[in-house]
Design a protein around this ligand. Structure first.
Ligand code: HXC
Length: 256
């Protein structure tokens, strides 16, 4: 099945969802997010036993589409935040294991989609980080909650506060990637891992995943609600306008 910027392919019981917007390094706009949501729902309905998320070409997902976000106000940003949250939540709640095969840039919202997957494998040349701070905003699709849980509080604060872009080896060192492989081996390694997961008992797998996820529920929910309000409130501020204008005009930002 395919949409304009997303495809869903099967190899036996393993579904692969590929974000395919190479001109923008697979940055996510409304259309792409909606297609991802439909693809995830389709794969769940069709009983996929594992789902691989990856990007076409040399990028995984270079983030949310900055050109789209640039002029949003808080209300539109709230909706935009919700749309991305819905996709990330659908990945997290997917009834079978999900693997992010991180094949290149995974910044901002791209990092957040990878965080919403159960497991992450990456190519040697991948770069990952929550770079939102340099655009005058904060992560809005889950990283303020999911990143600290995965890599620990100190590392997450450093990454989010500094907008650090980690290479694959460094990301593996802090536990953000479970495995790093040669670029030309990533697809095969992810497929093999997916096959192994798909071969496990489906209901037990689903239950194990649900049990792990449930453990995080209490505080994550309120944290995400706070994040959405805080994220949206930054739109229209001088630093958001300046940060995004600087990106689009290809110059260094001059923050207040
Ligand atoms: C829109 C993007 C984009 C993005 C790249 N492009 N990233 N467009 N949104 N996030 C576009 C560029 O404008 C350019 O389009 C084309 O893709 C190729 O990008 P280049 O910059 O020319 O490529 P390169 O020099 O190789 O640099 C790659 C890069 C850089 C290092 C990934 O593009 C970059 O820093 N991108 C922004 C990464 C980022 O900050 N992401 C987080 C966004 S905030 P043209 O038309 O010029 O060819 C976010 C918030 C999430 O994700 C939460 C939201 C609620």
């Amino acid at each position: 099945m395919s949409w304009d910027t997303v495809s869903l392919e099967y190899d036996d019981d393993v579904a692969t969802l590929t974000v395919d917007r190479p001109d923008a390094l697979n940055a996510l706009n409304v259309e792409t997010l909606e297609a991802m949501g439909e693809a995830i729902e389709t794969a769940a309905d069709e009983g996929a036993r594992a789902l691989v998320l990856t990007g076409a070409g040399d990028a995984f997902i270079a983030g949310a589409d900055i050109k789209y976000m640039q002029d949003l106000g808080p209300e539109a940003a709230q909706k935009w935040g919700e749309l991305g949250h819905d996709v990330a939540d659908a990945l997290e709640a997917f009834p079978a294991p999900t693997i992010a095969a991180v094949n290149g840039y995974a910044f901002g919202g791209g990092c957040e989609m990878a965080l919403a997957c159960d497991l992450r494998v990456a190519s040697e040349s991948a770069l990952i980080g929550n770079t939102e701070i340099d655009l005058g905003i904060i992560p809005g699709w889950g990283a303020t909650q999911r990143l600290p849980r995965l890599v620990g509080d100190e590392t997450a604060r450093r990454m989010i506060f500094l907008g650090e872009r980690l290479d694959a080896a460094s990301a593996a060192e802090v536990g953000l990637f479970g495995e790093v492989v040669a670029d030309d081996e990533l697809e095969g390694v992810a497929a093999e891992l997916a096959d192994r997961l798909a071969a496990k008992p489906a209901f037990a797998m689903r239950t194990a995943k649900a049990a792990i996820n449930q453990g995080y529920e209490g505080s994550q929910e309120s944290g995400l609600a706070y994040e959405q309000r805080a994220f949206a409130s930054l739109f229209g501020t001088p630093d958001q306008r300046e940060g995004m204008a600087a990106f689009v005009e290809d110059r260094e930002p001059d923050f207040e």
